[in-house]
Design a protein around this ligand. Structure first.
Ligand SMILES: Cc1cc2nc3c(=O)[nH]c(=O)nc-3n(C[C@H](O)[C@H](O)[C@H](O)COP(=O)(O)O)c2cc1C
Ligand SMILES: CC(C)(COP(=O)(O)O)[C@@H](O)C(=O)NCCC(=O)NCCS
Ligand SMILES: [Mg+2]
Length: 402
């Protein structure tokens, strides 16, 4: 999904056990069209072989042995540094972090970072005590104050030393998505300091403890919007119904079940938000009656009396201040433009994304989508089929360009 001009990635692998996950990152990115070259530190080679990464990346994997070879017409770190559009370092060790803070350059990886100007994405992985050391935290915070460095992680969970705590490396899918975002934006954090509030997924309106009215929404479009906003520097709150994914590190997630619950969280979070995107598929109706006990088959009514649930987007539109921007989604079959335009005007939205759920490779569940973006300035722009993350970036590009 990268910007067509930006697609050259160097992956620097550090000497930590989390290095085993980098094969998947390299493979995923290669398959999505990114050109990948890998540099391994000496310690990284104790965990994973250059041969594996060379094979997955379809390029030589570079080591300090290559750095010191005398058969090159130009130094390798200069060639690699000039070649890269983006450098990912994962896992980032405490050792390499400290070197980067001080500009130390005693191996191919650190020399390549100094010999390049592109953005650098860092994915640390460490034992909890290592990660929480004052000196490590100070190094981490200091490095992130520099514009070219972007950080992902760490998460909390089981570590390789059997400890449960902070220091887990971000998962491959999160790292790959962050790379895609930075290749799209060239590292520009145009949403820095902004609060972005997103709703995602389907809501469920229960009839009894096991049966509900719902829809097939998986929340993947909302997840992609949350990732794109986060990677562009925003603080992101994601109010989500049923979801089939893990929450990205750095996103504040609020799980909900019903439309009423979603409404109350969206209304509560609204005052702090700069941009509000309603990509959730809210059930329009709920059963009028709810039974605390599971209804026996024979107790089920022949016809289900229904009543409307709150119209969340309409309420947000009424409550919002002029500086806040509210974007809706309209999942439609058939003619998608007319009903979306009508919803944009009737609900007083700033923009709406009309989503043809009956087109192949678009709509519920999958990883790709297509849409027509309409706004109150009268723009009507087609977003051709692309990944949901790429669509999310197109939407933010359009919002930022007026
Ligand atoms: C089994 C093992 C696991 C290690 N895991 C980590 C780790 O997760 N994070 C870390 O910062 N260092 C870890 N280290 C220590 C680094 O390998 C060591 O600091 C090394 O000098 C890092 O070199 P590099 O930064 O050039 O890759 C580990 C060492 C061993 C022996
Ligand atoms: C090691 C691992 C990648 C394992 O992940 P997994 O449980 O998903 O297989 C994850 O626990 C992690 O990122 N840990 C941080 C680094 C670490 O554990 N270092 C070794 C401690 S001495
Ligand atoms: Mg609706």
């Amino acid at each position: 999904m990268q910007n067509p001009k930006l697609k050259r990635l160097i992956v620097g692998v550090g000497g930590g056990i989390a290095a085993y996950k980098i094969c998947e990152v390299v493979s995923t990115l290669f398959k999505s069209g990114v050109e990948v070259k890998v540099i391994l530190t000496n310690s990284a080679q104790k965990f994973i072989t250059p041969l594996t990464l060379a094979t997955l990346s379809r390029h030589p994997a570079y080591t300090d042995e290559a750095f010191w070879q005398s058969d090159r017409s130009r130094p390798l770190h200069i060639d690699l540094g000039e070649w890269a559009d983006l450098i990912l370092i994962a896992p980032l060790t405490a050792n390499t972090l400290a070197k980067l803070v001080y500009g130390l350059a005693d191996n191919l990886l650190t020399n390549t970072v100094l010999a390049s100007k592109c953005p650098v994405l860092l994915a640390p992985a460490m034992n909890t005590d290592m990660w929480e050391q004052t000196v490590v935290q100070r190094n981490w915070q200091q490095l992130l104050t520099e514009q070219r460095f972007h950080g992902i992680g760490t998460g909390s969970g089981l570590l390789a030393c059997d400890r449960v705590g902070a220091g887990r490396m971000a998962e491959p899918w999160e790292i790959a998505a962050y790379v895609q975002s930075l290749l799209h934006t060239a590292g520009q954090t145009d949403l820095a300091g902004k609060q972005v509030l997103i709703s995602a997924g389907g809501t469920r309106e229960y009839l009894d403890p096991v049966r509900f009215i719902g829809n097939p929404s998986t929340g993947k479009m909302g997840l992609a919007l949350a990732q794109a906003a986060l990677h562009r520097g925003a603080n992101v709150t994601l109010v989500h119904g049923s979801a089939s994914w893990d929450i990205p590190l750095g996103v504040k997630a609020i799980p909900v079940v019903s439309a009423e619950e979603m409404r109350s969280h969206m209304v509560r979070c609204l005052p702090n938000a700069d941009v509000i995107i309603m990509s959730a598929a809210v059930a329009d109706v709920k059963p009028r009656d709810y039974s605390q006990e599971k209804l026996a088959k024979k107790e089920l009514p022949e016809a289900l009396p229904l009543e409307p649930v709150p119209d969340i987007v309409a309420e947000l539109a009424q409550l919002k201040q002029p500086h806040q921007r509210l974007i809706g989604f309209a999942a439609q079959t058939g003619d998608i433009v007319k009903p979306a335009l009508e919803k944009l005007n009737r609900k007083n939205l700033d923009a709406i994304v009309a989503n043809p759920i009956d087109e192949p490779g678009s709509g519920f569940g999958g990883d790709s989508n297509q849409a027509i973006f309409l706004d109150k300035q009268g723009r009507q722009l087609e977003i051709p089929p692309c990944s949901k993350l790429q669509m999310a970036h197109h939407i933010f590009d359009l919002l930022q360009s007026n």
